[in-house]
Write a protein that binds this ligand. Structure first.
Ligand SMILES: Cc1cc2nc3c(=O)[nH]c(=O)nc-3n(C[C@H](O)[C@H](O)[C@H](O)COP(=O)(O)O)c2cc1C
Length: 349
């Protein structure tokens, strides 16, 4: 029904307009008390899907990736759509408009998206207002970024400000320094810059009564050598885990004609073309760390089989963005069912 009726209609409109339309419909559904119905239709509960990762309990391992609920005003709706956790943001200290539109493009032939959003969001105060309303039924991660106008030298204070203010309101945090759409932000992935950001967060956390896991989201464009220096930080510091991966600036593995791709221009590619790269990075990290550190696997999960491959490669949890756009509202449920079956199959042998 989604692929044959709704998706062709949705795909006649700009990706961002449809995003706002669907978000508005979902919020309306909540206001008129329809979330239990959505939950009954789209979520799948089973004890074998429950996970405990970095001290947080998840009802299932399938999360919504950052960027979909940028302002933290859709997490109840997305939980009703079957997601076991929702990563809100990227939030920046001040609200900012992001890059000029259009800034999300569909590559239908490739089951992919290119976006150059540039962290549009309503800022910290608005995120706080939204997360104060939470009642802990939904597991929430907050993805932290710096404002576009903040220089890389001043970036640590942006991350610290967000972390301190939101500390009480999230189950885990993700330091995002891997977005290809914010000028020079990916330079923050080098160890000196990273340590400068992370040290401030660790110090603040040491003074708190409660513990909030801190993860780092990495780019698929890092070389394995660069990934190894990040693994070293994981080993040497109290960093709790990695989110792998963000979107890529690469344009390989595309069947869309090169003229169209060129016309779209800059941006991060997500969806089917990045599946293999994401899985190889997860597998590399898992092997190098002997499975000692949690990895949230994200990037190109377009089918339950992709989800299973990512879990088999060593991801403790997975996240979806492009797959939800292409596969529709029942996608999280479909993956959960598949994972449950896969887990039960060996037991029956
Ligand atoms: C339109 C769009 C906006 C995104 N915004 C963010 C963001 O704000 N922060 C972030 O960490 N990742 C962002 N991402 C990246 C996703 O969280 C995810 O890492 C990436 O899309 C790969 O997953 P996928 O192939 O399932 O889409 C965005 C992706 C898309 C398509």
């Amino acid at each position: 029904m989604y692929k044959s009726i709704l998706r062709p209609i949705f795909f006649c409109f700009s990706a961002e307009s449809i995003h706002h339309f669907v978000a508005a419909m979902l919020r309306f559904a909540r206001r008129i008390g329809m979330l239990p119905l959505l939950r009954a239709m789209f979520s799948y509960k089973h004890p074998s899907l429950e996970r405990e990762v970095f001290g947080v309990k998840f009802p299932n391992p399938v999360g919504l990736a950052a960027g979909f609920d940028k302002n933290g005003d859709l997490y109840r709706e997305m939980s009703a759509m079957g997601f076991g956790f929702v990563e809100v943001g990227t939030v920046t200290p001040k609200s900012q408009p992001g890059n000029p539109k259009p800034r999300i493009f569909r590559l239908k032939k490739d089951n992919a998206l290119i976006n150059r959003m540039g962290f549009p969001n309503k800022g910290l105060e608005n995120m706080l207002k939204n997360l104060r309303k939470r009642n802990n039924n939904v597991v929430i991660g907050v993805n932290l970024g710096k404002n576009s106008l903040t220089s890389n030298e001043e970036a640590p204070s942006d991350y610290l400000k967000l972390f301190r203010s939101l500390y009480e309101y999230a189950d885990y945090f993700v330091v995002n320094v891997s977005c290809p759409n914010v000028k020079n932000i990916t330079d923050l992935q080098n160890p000196d810059n990273l340590n400068a950001i992370l040290e401030g967060l660790f110090e603040f956390r040491r003074g708190q009564n409660s513990y909030r896991p801190i993860l780092l989201k990495i780019s698929p464009d890092l070389s394995f050598e660069q990934i190894d220096s990040i693994i070293q930080i994981l080993i040497d510091t109290p960093l709790d885990g990695l989110v792998a991966v963000n979107t890529t600036t690469s344009r390989s593995n595309l069947t869309t004609d090169s003229k169209t791709v060129k016309r779209i221009g800059n941006g991060g590619l997500s969806g089917a073309p990045i599946t293999d790269r994401a899985i190889s990075i997860i597998s590399h990290i898992h092997k190098k760390t002997e499975g000692h550190y949690p990895i949230i696997g994200v990037g190109g999960i377009m089918s339950p089989k992709d989800a299973q491959r990512m879990l088999d490669a060593g991801a403790s949890l997975i996240q979806i963005y492009s797959g939800f756009i292409y596969e529709g509202p029942a996608f999280a449920k479909k993956i959960c069912k598949h994972i449950r079956l896969a887990e039960e199959t060996p037991k029956q042998q």
